[in-house]
Structure formats: C-alpha cells, structure tokens
Design a protein. Structure first.
Length: 244
C-alpha cells in the first residue's frame, strides 16, 4: 500500500534536483503534492506547481494558506529550497552571508513556522528539512553555507523537542556531495570544471557522488509513518564523507 495515499505535501525547491525527486516519490506513493519553486517549470507531472520565493514571508504565507484552503491540512512539509556559496570568512561579503541565510535558514524557519499551527491542530504532521554534511564538519570555502546549514540542524532539533508528543515530528537530512544541477552550476564556475568534479569525487570514501534519488528516498522515509519514532534526527547520507 502507498504510504502517502491522500496525504497533502508541500515541497520547496521542487523544480529540480533533490526537491524534484522528493516531489516525484511522494506523488508516486499517493500524496497530493504542491511543488513550490522560484521556477516551478520542472515540477514533476502530476504535482501542483507553485511559484514561491521562500525568503518572502508574505508569499510563503499565501502559498501555505492556499494549500490549507484547498485541503484543510498539510500532512508533510519538506523545506528543501537552498542556495550555495563558495567563499571563506574573508571573501564572503555581508550581502552574500545574508542572502545565503535568507534562503537556507529563514526559508526553513518560515516553512516550519507557517505549517505548525495546522499540524498541531490536526495532531499529526511531518516536517523534513534539508541540511548538509557541511553542517557537521568543516569544509573549505563554505563559510556562509556551512553556517546556514548548521542553523538548520539546530533549529530542527529544537522544533522536534518542543513538539515531541504532539504527533508532529521534525527531522533533517544531511546530504554529502550530490550529483545535482546545483552542484553542476558550482562546477561550471570553476576554471577547470572537470578537475573540480574529480576533486569532489576523490574526497568521497565511496568514490562517487550521491544521487538526488538517494537523498529523496531518505527524506520520504522520514516523512512517512515508517519513521513514527524518529524526531530530532540529522540523517547523514554522505557516502562516508563525515566518517573519514
């Protein structure tokens, strides 16, 4: 039996990469999926594309309200939208720092903040946030990115403890380097994209990058009733990167 039959899910960053795969898997398991993105053209067929800037509180509130008006509930919230940054603490400008935190940290806060009241009223709900292995270990040239994803891990744990026992669970996934369009865009900025890609592969103990599908599978697990006793966890899916 499909694990999400008739459940309502809102997924941010669902136009490509991990978010796109999450939306697809939830759809395949019976969910009604609202796939939100700055450019939702890549939202999987059979989902409901929604244009959304997760840094805009009013736009995010309107998106959540529209889902609630249509269905009366949101069973699954996946805060996946994120952006990268490849500077150190000296090279990172204040503007870059604020932009990375606006998307990666404030966007997660807004999604959680806005869906929690309805989930608490319903006595059930699953929130899954996308953090990163870079939140757990030091990674060169990722000052703002690492800090923003560290904030996601800490926020996830706080929400989980705050609402434990209410029927609402909150977890996050910490991917390692994933062969996604987002990583592809970073590599294309390098002087030698091929060499930069090989360097990413070389630092992986498993000798390869992860796939969006592998990360999405873990997200969907945490959102499902199979994870009913899981809250406050930071699930690492990184090919051994943080263990090395």
């Amino acid at each position: 039996m499909a694990r999400f039959t008739d459940r309502v899910a809102l997924v941010t960053g669902a136009g490509s990469g991990i978010g796109q795969q999450v939306a697809r898997l939830l759809r395949d398991e019976g969910a009604i999926v609202h796939a939100a993105d700055l450019d939702p053209a890549g939202a999987p067929d059979g989902t409901r594309p929604t244009t959304l800037d997760v840094t805009d509180p009013d736009a995010f509130a309107a998106a959540v309200d529209n889902v609630l008006k249509e269905h009366g509930r949101i069973d699954v919230m996946v805060n996946n939208a994120g952006i990268g940054s490849t500077t150190d603490a000296v090279g990172c400008s204040v503007e870059e720092w604020d932009r990375v935190f606006a998307v990666n940290a404030r966007g997660v806060f807004l999604g959680t903040h806005l869906v929690l009241p309805a989930m608490l009223d319903a006595g059930r709900g699953a929130i899954v946030n996308l953090a990163s292995a870079a939140a757990l270990v030091g990674v060169r040239d990722r000052a703002a990115y690492s800090a923003s994803k560290g904030a996601v891990v800490a926020f996830t744990r706080q929400v989980a403890v705050q609402y434990a026992g209410t029927g609402v669970r909150c977890n996050c996934v910490c991917p390692g380097t994933v062969d996604s369009p987002w990583v592809g865009r970073l590599l294309n900025q390098a002087d030698d994209p091929g060499a930069a890609r090989q360097a990413l592969v070389n630092r992986q103990p498993m000798g390869r990058l992860g796939t969006p599908e592998e990360i999405a599978t873990s997200v969907v697990y945490l959102a499902s009733d199979d994870a009913a006793f899981v809250t406050g966890t930071a699930l690492v899916i990184d090919g051994g990167l943080t263990a090395a």
